[in-house]
Design a protein around this ligand. Structure first.
Ligand SMILES: Cc1ncc(COP(=O)(O)O)c(C=O)c1O
Length: 372
């Protein structure tokens, strides 16, 4: 099943959503918190638009991102080193460039499912062997460390992690992260750590260290669209201690977006110092909506097996009855005009779907997803 899904030339999620665009469904699977309006953001952190003065030249910016921007991003990491940062037009461009910089046909990549498919799509298109290890659906989502270890020890160029996790909302512990890093170190394996939801842990005490701060061959990826709730600011970034890799990745980016939008970069510099306030606004919203999801799932526990999330804006409920999630998702669009995403799009064969709860109005639609 995995191989079939990888043959899509568009991402599997984009292709699936495309087939329903003509009915303009209400989207109930978003993976970001409610995007800020300009007014709401300015109320929280003060004016930002005055940063763009009339005399300023609307020109190209530096390929890797201006020094001011990279210094502001570096403050999110223990290393606080602007030279370890490079910026992109979103996280997805970063993932594409990293995959091309690191991988050759025939390399092995180990990743965990369910997975945000673009994390492995480029590697698959390059001709890598993708080894997928499912999360275990117990009373929490659990990492199958033994299987991951076997796969890495059999020869692996790149391990891909994404915690906090899309779509389950799972976290791993710091001990688990340490074990994975030790495994990578012992096997000379690169680590791509997608940390776009870092900051949205419901208990900030559980926040993991950024992989880039623990391992020289780790690449931490982040972006404004998720924990910052600013998808309209198209800036993503990587942090990596290996300057040769950063240089290679920048060569690839120079064939794509080349550099950031000047306007986005100017606003980003103004916004970044307020990251704590912004993450807190998002966590409050998620906490509020999650209470409603928990109550709904408790009331409908005969139909859904619900594994509570630890972070982020999405959950991955399993259907308990015989209905296939494909027909369930189709019925939700056709009868209720609500779009959720079946597990197949995350290369998982669980009978489950991604439900987003980061928008203020998300809980209003819950009743429609019930079975009776
Ligand atoms: C885990 C994960 N990584 C990366 C991205 C890409 O972020 P962007 O679309 O802002 O580039 C997403 C988007 O949904 C995501 O869920």
């Amino acid at each position: 099943m995995e191989k079939e899904a990888l043959r899509f030339s568009h991402s599997a999620i984009a292709s699936y959503c495309e087939q329903w665009t003509s009915c303009s469904p209400t989207v109930l699977h978003q993976s970001n918190p409610q995007p800020f309006t300009l007014g709401e953001l300015e109320q929280l952190i003060g004016p930002i638009m005055d940063t763009i003065e009339p005399g300023v030249a609307l020109t190209y910016t530096r390929n890797s991102g201006g020094h001011k921007l990279r210094s502001s991003i570096a403050k999110l990491y223990e290393h606080n080193e602007a030279d370890y940062i490079a910026t992109f037009a979103g996280a997805q461009e970063a993932i594409f460039c990293i995959s091309h910089a690191l991988l050759q046909p025939g390399d092995t990549v180990v990743a965990i499912t369910p997975i945000f498919e673009p994390l492995i799509k480029t590697a698959a298109e390059i001709g890598c062997t993708i080894e997928l290890v499912p999360l275990l659906a117990k009373n929490r989502w659990l990492l199958d460390l033994r299987t991951i270890e076997q796969k890495i020890r059999s020869g692996c160029r790149l391990l891909i992690l994404n915690f906090p996790h899309n779509p389950t909302g799972a976290m791993i512990t710091q001990d688990e992260l340490d074990s994975l890093i030790t495994l990578c170190r012992e096997n000379n394996c690169w680590l791509l750590s997608d940390e776009v939801f870092r900051g949205l842990e419901y208990d900030p005490e559980n926040r993991l260290p950024a992989a880039t701060d623990r391992y020289p061959r780790a690449i931490s990826v982040s972006v404004f669209s998720k924990a910052f709730a600013l998808p309209g600011l198209r800036i993503g970034w990587i942090s990596c201690q290996n300057k040769a890799l950063i240089n290679r990745v920048m060569e690839i980016k120079s064939c794509l977006s080349i550099c950031n939008s000047f306007l986005d970069e100017s606003l980003a510099i103004r916004i970044l110092p307020h990251y704590e306030l912004i993450w807190e606004r998002n966590r409050e919203l998620l906490h509020h909506n999650l209470q409603k999801i928990n109550a709904f799932m408790a009331q409908n526990s005969a139909d859904f097996r619900f594994i509570p999330p630890d972070a982020g804006c999405t959950v991955f409920p399993l259907l308990r009855n015989q209905t296939s999630v494909e027909s369930y998702a189709q019925k939700l669009v056709e009868e209720h005009n609500l779009l959720v995403l079946p597990a197949r799009l995350f290369l998982s064969d669980l009978n489950a779907f991604r439900l987003g709860f980061g928008y203020r109005e998300n809980p209003d639609h819950l009743v429609a997803i019930a079975f009776s």
